[in-house]
Design a binder for this molecule. Structure first.
Ligand code: CMP
Length: 222
């Protein structure tokens, strides 16, 4: 838990207390964690693995965000007492999650209100991302949407690699399509184009952005 930015200012004693209250669960790849409309039972902390937050619109999923180790989710239904889960959560890779039950979470934020500030800061960053996504989906063509998506993914999941910046989650073409509101075939075609133009390289199902400065400049010029 020490690695969670949310808990970085807590003492070892406090962390040990929280660790005792948390239950740990293993999820297989592609397993559902909860569904939009469910009651909020707890806060989820990702110890390992990758989770997608999505809304299921019958015809296709819309992926709102991808979370991984060190991220938390499920705070909204806990803090908005009369409200249910605002979106569904499912693993993209085998994951280990720590679950802090609702009553423990509420007791914790009462005794350590500064945790709420950390949650609020994260929630506001997520709102900023969501705003960008709304604008992108409303006004940009698919190639530009792909450029913005790659930039967002490098900001959230990028690690330096010899060839550029590696987006350190394995995403299928369908996942990318569900993140940018287009068809899987369009993503496949765009990724090929971007590889041919040496914007990106794919290594073991992960995308490497070869030239971040060029990508940033392109996105800034949109
Ligand atoms: P909750 O509504 O309890 O369950 C779904 C969770 O997904 C939600 O809490 C947030 O933690 C997270 N979530 C919802 N919408 C977004 C979004 N637009 N971006 C990132 N995370 C989100």
């Amino acid at each position: 838990l020490r690695d969670f930015p949310l808990f970085e200012n807590l003492t070892d004693e406090h962390l040990a207390e929280i660790a005792e209250l948390c239950g740990t669960s293993e999820y297989a790849k592609g397993e559902s964690i909860f569904f939009e409309g469910d009651e909020g039972d707890g806060l989820y902390l990702i110890l390992s693995g990758v989770v997608q937050i999505y809304q299921d619109n019958h015809t296709r999923d819309v992926i709102l965000s991808i979370f991984r180790e060190g991220d938390f989710f499920g705070e909204m239904a806990l803090l908005q007492n009369e409200k249910v889960r605002s979106a569904s959560a499912r693993t993209i890779e085998k994951s280990t999650l720590c679950i802090l039950k609702k009553h423990h979470f509420l007791a914790l934020v009462q005794s350590r209100p500064e945790i709420l500030i950390g949650i609020l800061e994260t929630a506001l960053d997520r709102l900023r991302d969501a705003n960008k996504l709304i604008t992108d989906l409303t006004i940009l063509d698919v190639r530009k949407r792909m450029a913005r998506l790659l930039l967002r993914l490098t900001e959230q999941h990028g690690v330096p690699s010899a060839e550029g910046t590696l987006i350190d989650v394995k995403l299928t073409h369908q996942h990318l399509a569900d993140m940018m509101g287009t068809a899987r075939e369009t993503v496949t075609k765009l990724l090929l184009e971007l590889q041919n133009e040496q914007w990106i390289r794919i290594d073991r199902k992960k995308i490497i952005v070869c030239d971040m400065a060029r990508l940033r400049a392109t996105v800034d010029a949109m």
